[in-house]
Write a protein that binds this ligand. Structure first.
Ligand SMILES: [Fe+2]
Ligand SMILES: [Fe+2]
Length: 398
């Protein structure tokens, strides 16, 4: 995206929004048009806020490696829908099928993030998924958090006109020197300081909190948070509880931290190495079907459930794909935990790895075995699975 992209060809205003949008003038850039739009709606102060957010987002993007142009653009347009009164926000939210939470029925202002994204896409014609995602969750965050989402969220909170009066702002400003996540933590902790401080808690915010906790834990795992080399493949782990739709087609492997109740299943090859259960999908095999097959082959058991806690973004340096049907050179290996029922023996098909032992142990023992055989990556991987499992437990203190 370059400056040329900020030049609007036109705006596509549907009838129901016509009264809020001034006419388009030849040569309008997006910022000039939005300035006129806020003027037209007598909200000059919102434009001042949006410019401040854009400037702040630019600085954060520079510092944390996000796309700078997208950060600026997101700052300018994130609050575009605030020109629409709350009563009408709800009607439009319904009309465009954007209402998903009770919280949005109770506090229609919460819809402004999604309405702004809708306008960015349909009125201005922006189709950049990263941009739209960030605008769409700039007030509540959400479960699948990307870098630009965090940049815009923090920039927005630091740029309210009365920001400096808010007691948490100083803490947020010093936290953002450390990381975006720490700044977000300060803000969320303040918002949730006592029940009832927020009129409603949006479920996206609660989901985001769980994601952020998980990311924090992940960063404490030193082997897993570095690129891992598996033969010709470099794998980068990313904690996430839900795969983005555009990643589905890249999935070619599925791994599992297998569990029997609160204990962990380990597999040992005939040469003594402890290995990672799971494997490569067969042609046209769905991930869960492939995993079910791998659990049967390698563990000699039945897969009862599976919950994602991340994936490995893999890149192969080999000339050709490992198997003809799998994506190459980039592919995704899913990472999850799940319960298995041990009701048989590993099948040890002649063309696969030969499993000598299947053990069920505590997480501490699993970690010890992996580390003592030089597999810090797998020790961390099991710890990550253990963490995600604890997080999924009701009344867990994880
Ligand atoms: Fe906003
Ligand atoms: Fe804002």
């Amino acid at each position: 995206m370059s400056e040329a992209a900020w030049k609007l060809e036109t705006v596509n205003v549907p009838l129901e929004l016509a009264s809020y949008f001034p006419s388009f003038e030849a040569g309008d850039t997006i910022d000039r048009y939005i300035e006129r739009l806020f003027d037209w709606n007598q909200q000059g102060d919102t434009w001042i806020h949006c410019q401040a957010v854009a400037e702040q987002a630019k600085q954060l993007a520079e510092r944390y490696g996000a796309n700078i142009e997208l950060a600026v653009l997101a700052g300018w347009i994130h609050d575009i829908s605030t020109v629409i009164p709350d009563e009408e926000k709800f009607a439009l939210g319904e009309r465009y099928e954007l209402v998903t939470a009770d919280a949005e029925r109770q506090v229609p202002f919460l819809l402004h993030q999604r309405l702004s994204a809708w306008i960015a896409e349909h009125v201005f014609g922006y189709d950049n998924a990263e941009l739209l995602h960030a605008i769409e969750c700039h007030t509540t965050l959400r479960e699948d958090l990307e870098l630009l989402d965090k940049v815009l969220f923090v920039a927005d909170k630091l740029s309210w006109a009365d920001s400096d009066a808010a007691p948490y702002i100083a803490a947020m400003r010093s936290a953002v020197e450390q990381s975006l996540e720490q700044a977000i933590d300060v803000y969320i902790a303040d918002m949730l300081a006592y029940p009832g401080k927020l009129a409603v808690v949006h479920p996206w915010l609660e989901a985001a909190q769980i994601t952020l906790e998980m990311e924090r834990y992940y960063h404490s795992l030193t082997a897993l948070s570095k690129p891992i080399i598996w033969g010709p493949v470099t794998a980068r782990f990313r904690p996430l509880r839900q795969l983005l739709p555009n990643q589905q087609a890249l999935v070619s492997n599925v791994s599992i931290v297998p569990m029997v109740e609160d204990r962990f299943v380990m597999i040992q090859l005939t040469d003594g190495r402890w290995e990672l259960p799971g494997g490569t999908l067969e042609p046209n095999e769905l991930p869960l079907d492939g995993l079910r097959r791998e659990v049967r082959e390698e563990i000699g058991g039945e897969l009862l459930d599976y919950q994602l806690f991340g994936y490995f973004a893999c890149e192969s340096s080999a000339d050709t794909a490992y198997r003809e049907h799998i994506p190459h050179p980039r592919f995704i290996r899913l990472a999850g935990f799940g319960q298995v029922r041990l009701d048989g023996k590993p099948l040890n098909p002649p063309d696969g790895e030969q499993i000598a032992t299947v053990d069920v142990v505590t997480i501490e023992e699993a970690e010890r075995r992996f580390r003592s055989t030089g597999r810090d990556d797998l020790a961390d991987f099991y710890l990550m699975g253990h963490y995600a499992w604890r997080q999924s437990q009701p009344q867990s203190d994880a």
